[in-house]
Design a protein around this ligand. Structure first.
Ligand code: ADP
Ligand code: MG
Length: 278
């Protein structure tokens, strides 16, 4: 079970010359199996929050529980996927997917039946990501989108309760991203992990998320949380619907405000009026 409880979470980075309040007073509950997306201007603490959930970063105030237990470090129950594919170039696709399992074999305590079961799961995951045909290819022979599919399959190999993704499709072209969006939604339906997905792309956040958490910077905190008014089974044409477009404009306007760009129409008109009379 991977319900997440974040209460009054704070993070200060103090090792630089001036302390940075990367997160302050963050409250968020995430249900088991929920797909939550985090958006917000650069520097609002999205990656920091994700790294705290992964156990790669400590927090400085408040508390964060996963499945009822405090997060004190990385664990097999949580897997992370980064923007850069971070595959081992000297291992094949299949070997990359099974890599963490191989580490455990080396350390002992695993039977040949376990290895057999793992191979079955690796095959099933390859099928799920649609790359069975390239199981013995090397990462360098694959496109960026294919490499990121392999990174996702590798993250899923240990059946994590929670999948943490930090702008995983940020380096892909628009068409590949659309394919990846439908793939990750399919994976979520099949494997049912809790997903926390960071992006700076509002359209991506709405299309994927059951809820969109909008954050704002200085200090990093939650601005608002939006329930996405779309059916669970998403289709690309929903992006053109009125509800989708309204939510997208609303979130974009809030981000522009919090990033300090004034979009106040009255102010713009006064400025324009001022320049025409001078
Ligand atoms: P985001 O992912 O939303 O762009 P980050 O979590 O990366 O935001 O950063 C939040 C704030 O914390 C920023 O002001 C950033 O400069 C600062 N920060 C992030 N990581 C570190 C670090 N390791 N040391 C010092 N400051 C950091
Ligand atoms: Mg970031």
């Amino acid at each position: 079970m991977a319900q997440v409880l974040i209460e009054q979470l704070g993070k200060r980075y103090t090792h630089s010359a001036s302390a940075v309040a990367a997160l302050q007073g963050v409250d968020l509950h995430i249900a088991d199996g929920e797909f939550v997306t985090l958006v917000g201007a650069s520097g609002c603490g999205k990656s920091t929050l994700l790294r705290i959930l992964a156990g790669l970063e400590t927090h400085t105030s408040g508390r964060v529980l996963c499945g009822g237990r405090p997060i004190t470090g990385p664990g097999a129950d949580r897997a992370m996927v980064f923007q850069h594919y971070s595959l081992y170039p000297w291992l094949t696709v299949m070997e990359n997917i099974k890599f963490s399992r191989r580490l455990k074999v080396n350390r002992g305590g695993i039977t040949s039946a376990d290895v057999e079961a793992a191979s079955g799961r690796a095959d099933a995951l390859l099928d799920l990501i649609g790359l069975s045909k390239v199981a013995s290819a090397y990462p360098g022979q694959l496109s960026g989108g294919m490499q990121q599919r392999v990174a996702i399959a590798r993250a899923l190999m240990g059946r994590p309760d929670m999948l943490l993704m930090d702008e995983p499709f940020g380096a892909l072209d628009a068409q590949t991203r659309e394919v990846m969006h439908d793939l990750i939604l399919h994976i979520h339906r099949v494997e049912k992990p809790t997903v926390v997905f960071v992006t700076h792309d509002v359209e991506e956040a709405i299309y994927l998320g059951q809820r969109v958490v909008l954050m704002q910077p200085r200090p990093g905190r939650i601005h608002s949380i939006y329930e996405v008014p779309l059916p669970a089974q998403r289709t690309q044409d929903m992006k053109h619907g009125a509800e989708f477009r309204a939510l997208k404009s609303e979130i974009l306007a809030r981000i522009r405000e919090s990033a300090g760009v004034n979009t106040d129409h009255d102010l713009l008109e006064r400025l324009n009026a001022g320049s025409s009379t001078s």
